[in-house]
Design a protein around this ligand. Sequence first.
Ligand SMILES: [Zn+2]
Length: 337
Amino acid sequence: MCKNTNFRFQIAGYNIVVGKVFNRNFAAWPCEAQSATGLSAAIQPDSHRAWDFRYYPWPMPALRSLGTLKPTARNLSLRPMKTLISLLIRFVPRKYLQLFSGLGLKALGIFYMGNKVECPICKNHYRQFLPYGRINPRPNALCPGCLSLERHRLIWLYLQQKTNFFQQKLKVLHIAPEHCFMKPFEAQHGEGYITADIESPLAKVKMDIHEIPFGENHFDVVLCNHVLEHVKDDIKAMREIRRVLKPGGWAILQVPFFSPVPDVTFEDNSITDPREREKIFGQDDHVRMFGKDYSKRIASAGLQTDANTFASDFTVEKTTYFGIESKEVLYVGRKDQ
Ligand SMILES: [Zn+2]
């Protein structure tokens, strides 16, 4: 649906991928209308289409909010910043946000310099992480250095402390790759590290998770975070993950949960209106809301489920220091030996 004529270049070590993400008739395709918002369109160099605020009204309140700011460290953490971040997150898909906002957030990090929190991924220290969230931004969430969120830092700590991930070269399939992980994972695993996605410009391999284009018993590890709420058939996707895992291999399978968490996962592919989806599933591109039966769904795909509470091992001080959620459960699916 979305036109993507990408090209790549580097600024200050950042891989920038620029694509034509919108089309003259984008109003007919909500996906393109959303993809076309904000920073991505603003730096689109080969577009002959003029920037038109009639279609992109969201920056105006955000820019007005910024206009009221005096550029002091204190002011930058106040409400206008939360509003701006909230608007960016709400209207710019995270995969594009990751591509285009890195430099801006890195600059913002100057105002957050300090020693009260540490990102275990990029090793930077700040007085706090940035707020992040679509409607009510969570405090102490987004790392300005690498754009990691609470869940990424938790996964990193888990990989580091509870697995062999950083001890040896492994074959790793990273589905819908998160920008903050890509460089360090590639440095660790070299060519064994494969990124894949159906549309993300960050990924090396274009693939449909329902038909993973690799043979069976191929990967030691599969990382598949916040993907299964988007796909048509999550059980089929997890069966595919099981198929490509080596015996004894494992997958991290994080999904979002929205309060109140239902007892049984609710899904309905016939709901396609973005507003309806946001109301029912929590986000306009979700097709199911996972319930307390998620472990059983993993098991029904043939994987042993480990719903582990590693996050609760950390003290309150360490939880704040690393900016993680102590109640977050890590879902790991293992293939039998
Ligand atoms: Zn970081």
